[in-house]
Design a protein around this ligand. Structure first.
Ligand code: NAP
Length: 267
């Protein structure tokens, strides 16, 4: 039986992630690109702006995009601030958001949860769409049951706006579920230079590296008596995120609540 077609709008189509998402939608039989949301090129065809075949129009007004193209799903790959606004507007229009931007607070998530319930539709926000990265977080949570001393080193390209990464924060959050909060290192430890020991969440140190040439990498290091365990994931290009975006678009059509984190739809 052929799968039902899912109509999709993409926000941020000219971006590094957004342009990969355009390719994904174009190359997936049961996905249809119906529109795009950008800050420029209003009413131009996507194919006039990007190297793609789509005749879908670009809209600078998200409301016009939704009312004129009636998408089932919005894929948002813009910026943390814009992603938050777009997610809310999408839900208000009855469009299911699949969001890759980070920076959602607990309060934001709570408000969005309320909106999904009110509208009876699903939403997926995933700080990391790389399936391997999600497994890295899951394996780290498993390891934390046996090793309570852990530090996270995340490395990203130097154009990334937020630090630490959403993935690092999510990893610390998942580890904290199974590990009692504790201060690591020597009790009298002093930072000679502020920030030398990184940021801290529930006693877990998070270190952010930003360099040209990098894409998205993370190592979770556990320390125990006479041993370390390192769990590492590397995204070498942005195609690595697209299998997760595809999975999220398919799954968001089947749920009627907010899901935060791809791990919750990978079971
Ligand atoms: P990028 O190359 O800077 O792309 C962002 C795009 O969004 C740009 O084309 C930008 O246009 C556009 N944009 C900005 N404001 C907009 C608005 N109001 N409406 C529509 N489009 C708007 O960044 P990227 O590397 O693709 O990353 C995009 C987002 O995805 C970031 O938040 C990043 O952290 C996140 N990300 C998520 C994952 C994941 O797996 N979840 C992986 C990688 C990245 P201008 O260039 O003209 O400003």
């Amino acid at each position: 039986m052929s799968k039902e077609t899912i109509k999709i709008a993409i926000a941020g189509p000219r971006g590094r992630m957004g342009s990969e998402a355009v390719q994904l939608v174009e190359n997936t039989d049961h996905f249809q690109l119906v529109g795009a949301i950008d800050i420029t090129y209003d009413r131009k065809k996507l194919s006039e702006v990007l190297s793609c075949h789509s005749d879908a129009l670009i809209y600078t007004d998200i409301h016009e995009c939704f009312t004129e193209t009636n998408p089932d799903v919005l894929i948002d790959l813009t910026t943390p601030e814009v992603g938050k606004v777009h997610t809310k507007i999408a839900l208000e229009h009855g469009v299911r958001p699949v969001v890759g931007t980070t920076g959602f607070s607990e309060k934001d998530l709570e408000n969005l949860r309320g909106l999904t319930e009110e509208k009876g539709i699903g939403a997926i926000i995933a700080p990391n769409f790389a399936l391997g990265a999600v497994l890295m977080m899951k394996f780290s949570q498993m390891a934390a049951q046996y090793f309570s001393d852990v530090e996270v080193i995340e490395q990203h390209h130097d154009q990334k706006l937020d630090a630490p990464s959403g993935t690092a924060l999510k990893t610390a959050e998942m580890i904290s579920v199974v590990r009692d909060a504790k201060k690591q290192g020597h009790p009298d430890e002093k930072e000679i230079l502020p920030g030398a020991r990184g940021a801290e969440q529930n006693g877990i140190r998070l270190h952010s590296v930003r360099l040209p040439g990098l894409i998205a990498h993370q190592e979770v290091i556990f320390g125990g008596d006479g041993q370390t365990l390192k769990i590492r994931h590397d995204s070498y290009n942005r195609t690595s995120f697209m299998s997760g975006v595809k999975l999220a678009v398919e799954q968001v059509m089947k749920i009627d609540q907010l899901v935060y984190g791809l791990e919750n739809i990978m079971e």
